[in-house]
Design a binder for this molecule. Structure first.
Ligand SMILES: [Zn+2]
Length: 265
């Protein structure tokens, strides 16, 4: 029986936010799942762990970190980069939104980058353990989810057109997920990065649009495929991200779970 997890990256806000984008967005498929399934707020990370996709998606994949996770190693894995002994991969952001460039730099020590533009070097951290195998398929763009999937031992699928941005081709992710379900895979994870990116860009309308697109192009069709396979479907953010501040939000995330074997209420 297949279980499918759709991660709407950064899609929630604080649990007491007055007008959450997930409630404001028109999401008939998610509403139907919530009506016939279960709905809850869950804490994915211990309070001392930094809130980011590299920590929260690791938790969703089955490993709860106790501190920072090495984003450089995650990004290198997402790009299929192999590191020699002693080498380290660093995620380096150069410039600021919307003209930010993400670099992955392999070096023996932390790179030193000077100049006029702002530079953010992500801290080192734990490398996630290899606790998965190819019975788990992780589908997404080049980034945290697919890098974590690769490091943790899952099969990774990066469909053409998957960008991790609001313009990502969600239908291509749906096709990849349906193929994995048809192959008899046990666990299918589909990552949608658009809500987080729109939140960081402080673009509330784009955030709502990406949530609505995910509902229409991914969650609705996947519900049909999961129901036909007798499986279960869970939809949740990895963490919140506030489109007013552009910052991640710590704390629990809203989770909708539906299973073909649930007794209807
Ligand atoms: Zn983010």
């Amino acid at each position: 029986m297949v279980d499918v997890l759709v991660i709407l990256d950064g899609a929630s806000e604080a649990c007491d936010a007055p007008k959450p984008t997930l409630e404001e967005a028109r999401t008939p498929a998610l509403d139907a799942l919530r009506a016939s399934g279960s709905y809850d707020w869950i804490a994915l990370l211990p309070p001392e762990v930094p809130v980011g996709s590299e920590t929260a998606i690791a938790a969703l994949l089955g490993w709860i970190p106790d501190g920072p996770v090495d984003r450089g190693a995650v990004e290198a894995a997402a790009r299929g980069m192999l590191l020699a002994p002693g080498e380290h991969a660093w995620r380096v952001d150069v410039g600021s939104r919307p003209h930010r460039h993400k670099l992955v730099i392999v070096a023996n020590e932390e790179p030193r980058i000077g100049g006029e533009v702002p530079v953010h070097i992500w801290p080192q951290g734990a490398i996630p353990p290899k606790i998965l195998d190819e019975s788990t398929v992780v589908i997404g763009a080049v980034g945290a989810a697919t890098g974590l999937g690769g490091l943790m031992g899952a099969k990774v699928v990066i469909p053409p057109g998957a960008t991790g941005r609001p313009d990502s081709d969600l239908s291509a992710k749906r096709v990849a997920a349906e193929a994995a379900i048809a192959d008899g895979v046990s666990h299918v994870v589909v990552h949608v990065g658009g809500p987080d990116e729109a939140s960081h860009d402080r673009d509330r309308a784009a955030k709502i649009a990406t949530i609505e697109a995910a509902d229409r192009e991914l969650i609705g069709p996947l519900y049909e495929a999961v129901a036909a396979a007798g499986g279960s479907l869970k939809v949740c953010p990895d963490h919140g991200c506030d489109p007013a501040t552009g910052m991640h939000v710590a704390g629990p995330v809203p989770t909708v779970t539906w299973s073909a074997t649930m007794v209807p209420r």
